[in-house]
Design a protein around this ligand. Structure first.
Ligand SMILES: [Zn+2]
Ligand SMILES: [Zn+2]
Length: 227
């Protein structure tokens, strides 16, 4: 197995998931890096003080040793590892992938309060006053206007935000890279297969009445996507 898949297999194993849940039950819903409380267990990630590798993952004195594992926020975990601009000051990310891939969840986990987030769906909600699954077509040019203004703010680094996160489908490689260049962003791909996205759509009761629209958005993304 490749390096990635050995570790992947460990993280999805029952023994690891049970170990993590036991730690959470014993220690409570608190980040051991910053000390803040969290509301749900999924806000905590388990950090190994000795980094897991394919060579040590099966050594339970390392991989399943409570003394060597800390429960921390996803964002504190990034600070610990120096990821996503945590040590480099202000950064800009363009987060792209198919509809329902989990882009918003990813940004929610990685961002900090005071970051700027530019998301078409949320901007649509803000100006249409409709729920997130209902997007009146006639407002598209106004939503694009606000979106482009915010992209321009990011490009010129206008404002006092921490990091900036631009969320979108960006299936078209040329458009994606041009936008990333323009705003000075690092590209972050949120990967999910067409089947996974469609399965999430079927399971989402909120989008029930708009299922055919959303199926269309998903299929269109995969038709247009260029890696
Ligand atoms: Zn924390
Ligand atoms: Zn870690």
């Amino acid at each position: 197995m490749a390096r990635h898949s050995v570790l992947q297999a460990f993280y999805v194993s029952k023994v690891w998931r049970d170990f993590r849940m036991t730690l959470i039950l014993e220690r409570g819903l608190r980040c051991e890096h910053c000390g803040e409380m969290v509301t749900v267990a999924k806000e905590l990630t388990a950090h190994h003080e000795i980094e897991l590798t394919p060579d040590n993952v099966h050594d339970h004195m390392i991989s399943l040793n409570p003394k060597l594992v800390k429960l921390v926020h996803h964002r504190c975990h990034n600070v610990i590892h120096g990821r996503f601009g945590a040590k480099r000051g202000r950064s800009v990310y363009l987060v792209y992938g198919p509809p329902l891939a989990g882009k918003k969840t990813f940004v929610t986990e990685q961002m900090m309060r005071g970051d700027l987030v530019v998301d078409m769906d949320r901007l649509f909600e803000a100006v249409s006053f409709q729920p997130s699954y209902d997007k009146p077509d006639n407002l598209l040019s106004n939503v694009m206007g606000v979106h482009n203004l915010l992209l321009d703010n990011v490009k010129t680094r206008m404002g006092k935000w921490g990091n900036a996160w631009v969320i979108g489908g960006y299936a078209d490689k040329f458009k994606r890279e041009r936008t990333a260049d323009m705003i000075g962003a690092e590209l972050v791909f949120i990967d999910a297969s067409q089947d996974e996205c469609l399965a999430r759509l079927e399971a989402d009761s909120m989008r029930m009445h708009y299922v055919s629209d959303w199926r269309g958005y998903i299929c269109k993304w995969f038709e247009q996507y260029q890696a």
